[in-house]
Design a protein around this ligand. Structure first.
Ligand code: MN
Length: 366
């Protein structure tokens, strides 16, 4: 039985301003939670709210945590299926629900003595991630690309979606700088019209681009399908697909080759697994990506990425863009672009840097 929830605000500065087609950020404002059971197990989770993509903020995260905690704290036993049904059937902040869902998986894993990725399928023991290069001048992006390759990354995610002609120069500059053998994927974050997308993709396809993410507006699925029909490069949906229901719609419209799953959009791990299964049955591949999670949320996402066969692409790097991390011990490791979670039960998170956490909520069992 759940006996307490504690929530903390954490504000983590980025190493440098991060610019994408939707705007620029300099800090990640997240909410970390600890959910305790009567048996003394603590589960951890994190919400990284997104105003632009999910219409939420710290306040809506806290009120959603409050509302849902009141419902689950009375349960005699913990059921992930019941929890998903409750989370998915309740309005409110998706990232708050993701934090709760992560914490519940952490508790179940610890209770059973198995790591979450083994519980969910245990398909692989590690996964290679890309590293993201925000929008900058083409030459500057090329310099970052070389720097990342020198530090061991072999997959680059280049942010585009500003000006079509400059975007083409960006991809050319990065490819020229890193040479062959390095994967380049691009993400326009809705920045192009359908016509612009078709034109830019045609021009950059000569630079061996692995995939193009969210070329057009999130709510233009028929536009996305039009781009895909004309694209020599696989098309991925990010902002267009948040939930399992969105995945079905995008697949029915023939709009996607790849769906980027994010725990913050899917309301957590249970929703992410559902999207992966729907995608797999439809012959659509998955990426697992992130918003601005620190080591807590990223570790949960690496568990999902390692667990499921259909997840062939990994974009889990937000904690690497942070100047510091709230996890003292137990975070998913990174080595030469490859991430790996520990074999410890649950999410495997051991210790948090308490000085970086500001308590904002503490509720006992109702
Ligand atoms: Mn994206």
């Amino acid at each position: 039985m759940i006996s307490r929830i504690r929530a903390y605000l954490t504000e983590i500065p980025l190493r440098e301003p991060f610019r994408i087609a939707l705007g620029t950020s300099t800090v990640s404002r997240n909410v970390v939670i600890e959910v305790e059971t009567r048996d003394g197990i603590t589960g951890m989770g994190e919400a990284s709210p997104s105003k632009r993509v999910l219409g939420e903020d710290i306040e809506s995260v806290v009120s959603t945590l409050n509302m849902i905690y009141h419902k689950i704290s009375g349960w005699e036993s913990l059921s992930l299926e019941k929890a998903y049904s409750l989370l998915h059937g309740t309005s409110g902040s998706p990232s708050a629900k993701a934090a709760l869902d992560m914490a519940l998986l952490d508790i179940v894993g610890k209770d059973l003595g198995v790591p979450v990725f083994r519980l969910l399928g245990g398909f692989r023991d590690s996964i290679e991630t890309d590293i993201t290069i925000g929008i900058m001048d083409p030459e500057e992006q090329a310099r970052r690309a070389v720097m990342h390759v020198e530090s061991g990354f072999r997959i680059l995610k280049v942010k585009l979606g500003e000006d079509p002609e400059t975007d083409i120069r960006r991809v050319r500059a990065v490819r020229d700088a890193v040479g062959e053998g390095i994967k380049i994927r691009v993400d326009a974050n809705q920045g192009w019209s359908v016509e612009e997308a078709i034109r830019v993709i045609d021009r950059i396809s000569g630079y061996d681009v692995e995939l193009v993410e969210q070329p057009v507006r999130w709510d233009d699925l028929s536009g996305l399908a039009e781009v895909r029909k004309n694209s020599p490069v696989p098309v991925a949906a990010d902002e267009s697909v948040k939930t399992p229901e969105d995945a079905i719609r995008a697949i029915e419209m023939d709009a996607v080759d790849i769906i980027n799953i994010k725990l913050m959009k899917s309301e957590g791990i249970c929703g992410a697994v559902r999207i992966a299964h729907i995608s797999e049955a439809a012959g659509v591949k998955n990426m697992v990506g992130c918003m601005g999670e620190s080591g807590v949320g990223i570790t949960a996402a690496v568990h999902v990425a390692q667990a499921l066969r259909n997840i062939e692409y990994c974009d889990l790097d937000s904690d690497l863009l942070h100047a510091e991390d709230i996890v003292e011990e137990g975070r998913a490791s990174i080595s030469n672009g490859t991430r790996r979670v520990s074999e410890k039960p649950g999410l495997g998170l051991k210790e948090l840097r308490r000085g970086m956490l500001k308590p904002i909520m503490s509720l006992p069992r109702q």
